[in-house]
Design a protein around this ligand. Structure first.
Ligand code: GLP
Length: 236
C-alpha cells in the first residue's frame, strides 16, 4: 500500500487526479470505477480542466460507478447518476453510453445486482477504482456488518450514513433508507484502488481501516488485502 499525505483538499485532489489521468493516458479505453461524495469533486474538476486543455481524452473511456440510492432515478438531483453527470460526464468528451451507475429504480434489485456484476466482467474488470471512505468505514455503500458481501446488493443505510449524507438533502428524513452498491468482490477485483480522504474527521477511521484489524465492522479494512492500493489523504 502506498500512502501519499497532502496538506490540503486541493493538493489531495491534484495528486489523486494525476493517478487517474495516468491511467487514462496509459490505457485510453480504461474502465474507471468512479465514486461520489464530496471527496472526489476537486479531483473531477481537475480532470475536467485537463480535458478542456486537450491533455486528457475520455472518448474511449468506460466507467462504472459504485452505488446509487434506491428509489431515485437519474433526473433526481440527489441521485448519484445526476451527481456524475453534473460533476464530470457533462463536462468531458466521454460517451455517456459508456458510463454506468446502478439503477436505483430497478423493479428487481437482485436482478439489477446480477446485471451489474456481469457488466463489470463483460467490461474486462475495473482498471482503477476510486473510493472515498464513509465516517463508519464504509466504501461504496458497503456498511459495517457481520460479514462482507461479495456481490452488488441492496443495503439498509446505517443511521450514521443517513446523518452524514443528510447535508445533501433538505432534511435527514429525505435521505433514502436503502441503496444499491457494488459489493466487496467488485471493489477488490479492481486492478488498482485509489482511496481518497480529507478532513480531520476522517483521520481516525482511515487509520483503523489501514492499520487496524481486517473486519467487516470496518469494511474499508479489507483493502489491506488488495495488492495495489494508493491512498491520498489530507487528514492532519
Ligand atoms: C457516500 C458514498 C461513498 C462515499 C462516502 C464519503 O455515502 N456512498 O461512496 O465515499 O459517502 O463521502 P464524502 O466524500 O462526502 O465524505
Amino acid at each position: 500500500m502506498k500512502i501519499i499525505r497532502t496538506k490540503t483538499y486541493e493538493e489531495m485532489s491534484h495528486e489523486a487526479a494525476k493517478i487517474l489521468a495516468a491511467q487514462i493516458v496509459l490505457k485510453p479505453n480504461a474502465v474507471l470505477g468512479l465514486a461520489t461524495g464530496s471527496s472526489p469533486i476537486g479531483l473531477y474538476d481537475q480532470l475536467i480542466e485537463w480535458n478542456k486543455q486537450g491533455e486528457l481524452d475520455f472518448s474511449q473511456i468506460r466507467s462504472i460507478n459504485l452505488d446509487e440510492y434506491c428509489g431515485l432515478d437519474g433526473t433526481n438531483d440527489q441521485s448519484y447518476r445526476y451527481f456524475m453527470d453534473t460533476h464530470l460526464f457533462d463536462h468531458v468528451n466521454i460517451d455517456k453510453q459508456n458510463t454506468n451507475v446502478p439503477n436505483g429504480k430497478a423493479a428487481d434489485y437482485a436482478a439489477e445486482g446480477a446485471r451489474y456484476d456481469a457488466l463489470i466482467e463483460q467490461m474486462g474488470g475495473i482498471d482503477i477504482q476510486l473510493l472515498g471512505i464513509g465516517p463508519n468505514g464504509h466504501i461504496g455503500f458497503n456498511e459495517p456488518d457481520e460479514f462482507f458481501t461479495k456481490e452488488t446488493h441492496v443495503v439498509d443505510l446505517d443511521p450514521s450514513t443517513i446523518e452524514a449524507n443528510a447535508r445533501f438533502f433538505a432534511s435527514a428524513d429525505d435521505v433514502p433508507r436503502q441503496a444499491v452498491t457494488m459489493g466487496m468482490g467488485g471493489i477488490m477485483g479492481a486492478k488498482k484502488i485509489l482511496l481518497i480522504a480529507s478532513g480531520a474527521s476522517k483521520k481516525e477511521i482511515l487509520e483503523k481501516a489501514l492499520f487496524g484489524p481486517i473486519t467487516p465492522e470496518v469494511p474499508a479494512s479489507l483493502l489491506q488485502l488488495h495488492p495495489d492500493v494508493t491512498v491520498v489523504c489530507a487528514v492532519d
